[in-house]
Structures are given as structure tokens and as C-alpha cells.
Design a protein around this ligand. Structure first.
Ligand SMILES: [Mg+2]
Length: 245
């Protein structure tokens, strides 16, 4: 089953290879396994080498919910990237903001971080991280009931302040509206063919807004992607193929 998917991914890539496609690669859960302490999800040497090769052959972007500086630290190098769920990008060293009304939303996010004590008391085990711009709620230590309750509460707050809510695997994020990976990917590729990869709800936006591309989902769960690979290791196997073929 998965071997078939891998063959499909390779064949699909072969069909657009000559067109100099873009690669848009989600990081967490796609290139590296998800871990309970995401700040420690450093790239291993094999991945770094793979990315270097890919960047030298194709126009490649890391697409992440993380900030660009956080991403650079995990990779140990500065690659072209789309960060903060599409709020900003770096192309050949140049920063591009894709978010409007930045100042208002930065304040709205700051005021949420001030509620950290309240949230941690109410939902013990919860961790909050300032994503600048955005607040990430990490829910590895919380029960399903707590997660549902917190999501309800956060949706109310987001509605009041004009923020968007993103939910994923044991995460909830409040981010400025209008940001999203899909539009950022679309803007960067500007009509060129591409390969888009991801493992989570936030990547569905990339898939659905770039339907003409080769869209690859990693792991289980509902998706609009055309191809599903079972694991991070399978994704790497696919990428190894793209750099040698
Ligand atoms: Mg991911």
C-alpha cells in the first residue's frame, strides 16, 4: 500500500521534474518526527544534507508555523522559508511580510501572553509559547476534555479580538487573520508547478489552495492531498529520490 504511494509520488515528480518545480516542505511531522518538546526538534545530519542537495537543485522552501529564527536554529542554516503560518517569508535572504495590520495583531497577541498564569492554573500541564505573531498552546499533558474546553474558550477570545484559530495534533494556535500557508505558497510559486508536503491541519490550506501541484500528506487523518505517505521516513525516501534522479 505505502510502497505504491511512494511509487506514485516518484512518478508524479518525474512528470514535472523538467519544469523546474518548487518544493514546499512542512517541517514538524513531515521532515522530522513530532516530539513533545518541539523546541528540541533539531535536524539530523542526514536531513541537512538532503535539504542542501534539494536547495541546490530546486527552488525549495521550508513552510512552517514556527518563526524563521526558530527554524534557522533547528536546521543550523538559513534556507528560504515561509514562517508563522504564512505571515512572512524569506527569499534569498530578503524578508517579506505577508500580514496586514501587523501592529494591532502584535498587541492582541501580547495581551494573550499576559493571561498565561490564568490559563496554566485552569488547564494544568498546558504550555504557552509566544510565536510572535501568534500564541501556541501545547497540550501534550492535557486530557481530551481539557483540550475541548480550552478550544471552546480560545475560540471565544479569538472571535472578540479578530484572531484566527488553528488546531493540530495536541496544539491550538491563535494567529493573526489572513495568514495561512496556502496563500503564501501560491504567492511564492506564482503559477509554477510544485510539490507541497505536510502532515497536519495547517497543511490542508496549502493542499487545497494549490490543487494543481503534487500534494503529499504524511501520516493518518483526513486530507485533500493526492498522495499519502505513511511516515517521516517515507517522505525522506521520496526526497532522496528527487535529489538523485
Ligand atoms: Mg507539520
Amino acid at each position: 500500500m505505502s510502497q505504491q504511494s511512494l511509487i506514485l509520488a516518484r512518478n508524479s515528480f518525474d512528470s514535472i521534474k523538467a519544469l523546474n518545480p518548487f518544493f514546499f516542505l512542512d517541517y514538524d511531522g513531515t521532515l522530522v518526527p513530532l516530539i513533545t518538546e518541539p523546541e528540541k526538534a533539531f535536524a539530523d545530519e542526514e536531513l541537512k544534507e538532503l535539504l542542501r542537495k534539494l536547495y541546490s537543485k530546486y527552488r525549495t522552501f521550508i513552510v512552517t508555523g514556527r518563526s524563521l529564527s526558530e527554524m534557522d536554529a533547528l536546521l543550523g542554516m538559513k534556507l528560504n522559508s515561509i514562517g508563522w503560518h504564512g505571515a512572512m517569508a524569506r527569499v534569498d535572504g530578503k524578508l517579506i511580510y505577508l500580514m496586514e495590520d501587523a501592529e494591532y495583531y502584535l498587541k492582541a497577541i501580547d495581551s494573550l501572553m499576559e493571561l498565561q498564569d490564568y490559563f496554566v492554573k485552569k488547564y494544568p500541564g498546558l504550555r504557552m509559547m509566544d510565536k510572535n505573531p501568534g500564541v501556541l498552546f501545547l497540550l501534550w499533558n492535557n486530557s481530551e476534555k481539557q483540550i475541548v474546553d480550552l478550544e471552546t474558550e480560545l475560540r471565544g477570545i479569538a472571535h472578540e479580538r479578530g484572531l484566527s484559530v488553528i488546531t493540530g495534533k495536541r496544539i491550538i494556535e491563535l494567529i493573526p487573520p489572513g495568514t495561512g500557508k496556502g496563500n503564501a505558497v501560491k504567492k511564492m510559486r506564482n503559477g509554477s508547478p510544485c510539490v507541497v508536503t505536510g502532515d497536519d491541519n495547517t497543511d490542508e490550506d496549502s493542499f487545497s489552495k494549490n490543487e494543481d501541484c503534487i500534494t503529499i500528506k504524511v501520516g493518518a487523518g483526513k486530507t485533500t492531498a493526492k498522495i499519502r505517505l505513511d511516515s517521516v521516513e517515507e517522505m525522506r525516501e521520496f526526497l532522496r529520490y528527487t535529489v538523485i534522479s
